[in-house]
Design a protein around this ligand. Structure first.
Ligand SMILES: *[C@@H]1O[C@H](CO)[C@@H](O)[C@H](O)[C@H]1NC(C)=O
Ligand SMILES: *[C@@H]1O[C@H](CO)[C@@H](O)[C@H](O)[C@H]1NC(C)=O
Ligand SMILES: CC(=O)N[C@H]1CO[C@H](CO)[C@@H](O)[C@@H]1O
Length: 405
């Protein structure tokens, strides 16, 4: 009897493996470093909104399909992975982006042709709102980390690019559908992402990635990691809860989910579709929801940062902002709702003020994309992007209730 009981889990596990992707701890981790680069006159919100407008434009149809997002390099916070391409490999600094799916190089450092480079006849172009690249599609060996080598990965080699300074390109880890329309001569042909190929080639056993960030406290933290093929249980607490990718367009073209939001017992946003996005700094909600949040917190608009601002008394009275996803409540604590005070001046704010990270999406709900859970959310919850099962997962972490801000 005892024997039978101990065997049972093993049999179940074996059945699950046979049935397809299963969550396990067999992953390979890729470290990602944070780059903080706030320059120019636009506020954090204006920088995010340029990306958001491009994301929204996808709903106008296939002609807009190649239009994905603002260059993430213009973001205040971006995450960069050092990726090797070719043999011998040249290392490129690539922005890690869940909101686009083409991987390409050549913005700063030019592509170095080696023995594994194979040039295709396909021209490729992606427009990201205020930036873009165009060039030729190649296949080459891509090395993400030891044990994460992808022979014949399709990559874009830029002959022209704009809006990307200080980085060499993008590693797009969004859903593969976002590559539709990017090959000029074959607009309906999709380009498998690095995650898709790692899975197809048997390097990872599940077609998914898990992403871990930690709350920002200084400009140069190196605390991000992507687990390819599994979830890194050292990075979260409890278990990962999944929700299906939403059927609502255009959110469902991205890592889109259904979610409702409440504050202090009152609904702020009724259940609606939006996206989870590593390329957006803040959390954006539809304007009607934003108005309710502002009223509930008593916050006022701050022109120099573009953010909401609360007094110390209002901060002390803040309640959790509850995100309900797939029946699970993820509580964004009062501390998680504020911009890290050590970085106030780095975004044009005053050192003694308290700014909120929940911002106005600019349109009322009903747009098919009514919120974006950006870094401010992802630094508090582990996130899992499961291509194989078309679902997104979240778990709490050691930083969910941290008071580092
Ligand atoms: C920061 O952004 C500015 C403007 O986009 C750019 O010129 C500069 O190269 C960037 N610096 C780094 C380190 O990425
Ligand atoms: C998400 O919400 C939409 C609109 O309310 C609904 O049609 C859909 O069934 C929900 N679930 C998923 C997985 O899309
Ligand atoms: C847990 C962890 O790795 N924390 C690191 C976050 O980044 C800072 C700055 O790079 C390090 O000092 C921490 O050790």
């Amino acid at each position: 009897m005892v024997l039978a009981l101990t065997l049972l889990p093993a049999i179940l596990l074996a059945l699950c493996v046979a049935a397809g992707p299963v969550l396990d701890d067999s992953f390979v981790s890729l470290p990602i470093s944070r780059r903080f680069n706030f320059t120019g006159s636009a506020t954090v919100v204006q920088k995010d909104l340029a990306r958001i407008q491009a994301i929204q434009s996808r709903k106008s149809g296939v002609s807009a399909r190649a239009v994905i997002s603002e260059p993430v390099s213009n973001q205040v916070v971006s995450y960069i992975a050092a990726v090797g391409i070719g043999s011998p490999a040249t290392t490129y600094q690539l922005i890690v982006d869940t909101g686009s799916s083409n991987t390409w190089v050549g913005a700063e450092q030019k592509y170095v042709v080696t023995s594994t480079s194979v040039k295709s006849t396909q021209a490729v172009a992606v427009s990201y709102g205020s930036g873009s690249f165009s060039g030729t599609e190649y296949t080459d060996t891509v090395t993400l980390a030891t044990g994460l080598v992808i022979p014949a990965q399709s990559i874009g080699v830029a002959s022209k690019s704009s809006g990307f300074s200080g980085v060499d390109g993008i590693m797009g880890i969004g859903p593969v559908d976002l590559t539709e329309g990017t090959l000029i001569k074959s607009p309906t042909t999709l380009i498998p992402t690095v995650t898709d190929n790692l899975f197809k080639q048997g390097t990872i056993t599940s077609d998914l990635i898990g992403i871990s960030f930690e709350p920002i406290t200084s400009e140069d933290d190196n605390n991000g990691s992507i687990a390819f093929g599994g979830t890194d249980s050292t990075k979260f607490t409890g278990s990962v809860a999944f929700t299906p990718v939403t059927s609502t367009s255009p959110a469902g073209d991205y890592w889109g989910i259904n979610q409702s939001i409440s504050y202090n017992g009152a609904t702020i946003l009724t259940s609606t579709a939006g996206i989870v996005d590593t390329g957006t700094t803040l959390i954006y909600i539809a304007s009607n929801a934003f108005d309710l949040y502002q009223t509930a917190t008593g916050a006022t608009a701050d022109a120099s940062t573009g953010l909401l601002k609360v007094t110390a008394t209002q901060f002390a009275a803040l309640e959790n902002l509850n995100f309900v996803i797939g029946g699970v409540t993820y509580a964004l604590t009062p501390n998680a709702q504020i911009w890290p005070r050590s970085l106030n001046t780095a975004i044009g704010g005053s050192a003694s003020s308290i700014y909120l990270v929940v911002a106005n999406w600019g349109a009322p709900e009903g747009e098919g994309l009514d919120f974006i859970n950006g870094y401010a959310f992802l630094e508090r919850f582990y996130s899992v992007f499961d291509t194989g099962n078309k679902q997104v997962g979240f778990a709490t972490t050691a930083f969910t209730t941290a008071t580092t801000n």
